[in-house]
Write a new protein. Structure first.
Length: 371
């Protein structure tokens, strides 16, 4: 059963968006409550007035009418989400997206037009925040890459000072190194807060593994996610052949230095493609790969390695919890077992994950030998 016309009129009158109708001379014949709320003019102020009252210039009004006649909404006589500018009673100019139609009589002559417009200031504000968030995330990733190098070299330097310094020098140099470490921790705290803000805001995606945040992947059976805590043990990485893949050569070399200190054999690759070339020529016990790389991301690298060598363990490492392209989620769903969040990587955590993925227990025996 068709609804009576007054139902539609009440719906239009109460719509929170701006709805205005004009006759062929451009005189306002209908002005709803949403227009009053958004523009500030009362209905009695606008009925019978020129539609130019709501446009900042005649040029802007003509632009909208010409777009309707050209049919920029897909059909002649219509526009859809056409961006223009309205003017409020206080003289403020606000951006709006207008969808409107020219009204024709039975002979095809224009008799007026009607349209509804939405204030898009809030939408634009969200877009700006989203852009700023992406910039912040990108900067944080670059900062964390540099921190990775600094923290790894600081760790090596602390070990060196502990071996060669006299007691007197050790105290002095330890204080200096501790000061550097404190400043690095401050920077890490800044990048951590950026991560938290991204999770709490527009980028707090819940798509990961049944509504969990990416940081919650540790709850998924079979997935080892290291995100904190330290553990000292007497296990050894000695003799392991590892391939480090990262498009930041500084990260590659710092990890190489760190892992060679554990008596590993290390090869580095500055891209996923270079890694695959090395895998064709050499044998490795494990691959440690960055997530975001230009030519082949961590997921693509893992998938390719899995097809060629299903038993090859791959650890993905990322500088940030935010994973716009779902690289880690897709990799975990495909079977990746090792994920390390947040570079700079704690050497103790890194060692622990490598031992687990290579099948070595904490006392240095293989899993089978320890059973």
């Amino acid at each position: 059963m068709a609804l009576p016309p007054q139902y539609f009129q009440k719906l239009v009158e109460s719509c929170p968006d701006i709805i205005i109708a004009v006759d062929k001379a451009g005189t306002i014949t209908f002005y709803n409550d949403g227009a009053r709320q958004n523009l500030g003019f009362a209905q009695e102020e606008m009925i019978g007035k020129s539609v130019l009252e709501i446009y900042p210039t005649l040029k802007e009004a003509k632009k909208v009418m010409e777009a309707m006649r050209r049919g920029e909404g897909g059909n002649q006589g219509k526009v859809c989400n056409f961006e223009t500018i309205f003017k409020t009673k206080r003289g403020e100019q606000i951006p709006v997206a207008i969808s409107a139609s020219v009204i024709y009589d039975e002979k095809g002559r224009e008799v007026g037009s009607i349209g509804f417009a939405k204030d898009i200031r809030e939408i634009r504000r969200r877009d700006q925040l989203a852009t700023l968030c992406e910039i912040a995330i990108g900067l944080s990733h670059e900062i964390n890459n540099s921190l990775e190098v600094l923290v790894n070299h600081l760790n090596l330097l602390q070990q060196y000072v502990g071996r060669v310094a006299t007691d007197e020098d050790f105290i002095v140099e330890s204080e200096r190194l501790e000061s550097v470490e404190q400043q690095l921790k401050k920077i890490q705290e800044i990048t951590r807060r950026i991560g938290e803000m991204a999770e709490e805001g527009e980028y707090g995606t819940k798509e990961y593994l049944g509504g969990r945040m990416m940081a919650d992947l540790r709850a998924k059976a079979g997935v080892r996610v290291e995100a904190g805590g330290e553990e000292r043990d007497g296990s050894s990485l000695e003799g392991l052949r590892l391939l480090v893949v990262d498009d930041d050569l500084g990260v590659c070399h710092s990890l190489k230095d760190l892992l060679e200190g554990e008596r590993c054999e290390i090869e580095i690759a500055p891209s996923g493609k270079k890694a695959m070339e090395l895998l064709e020529r050499k044998n490795f016990d494990l691959i440690l790969s960055d997530v975001v790389m230009p030519d082949m991301d961590g997921y693509e690298l893992y998938s390719t390695v899995k097809k060629k060598n299903p038993s090859m363990p791959v650890i993905l490492m990322t500088a940030f919890y935010y994973d716009k392209d779902h690289v880690i989620k897709r990799s975990c769903l495909e079977g990746v077992q090792g994920v390390i969040f947040k570079k700079p990587i704690d050497p103790v955590r890194l060692k622990k994950v490598i031992l687990e993925q290579c099948g070595r227990s904490l006392n240095g025996l293989s899993r089978s030998a320890a059973v």
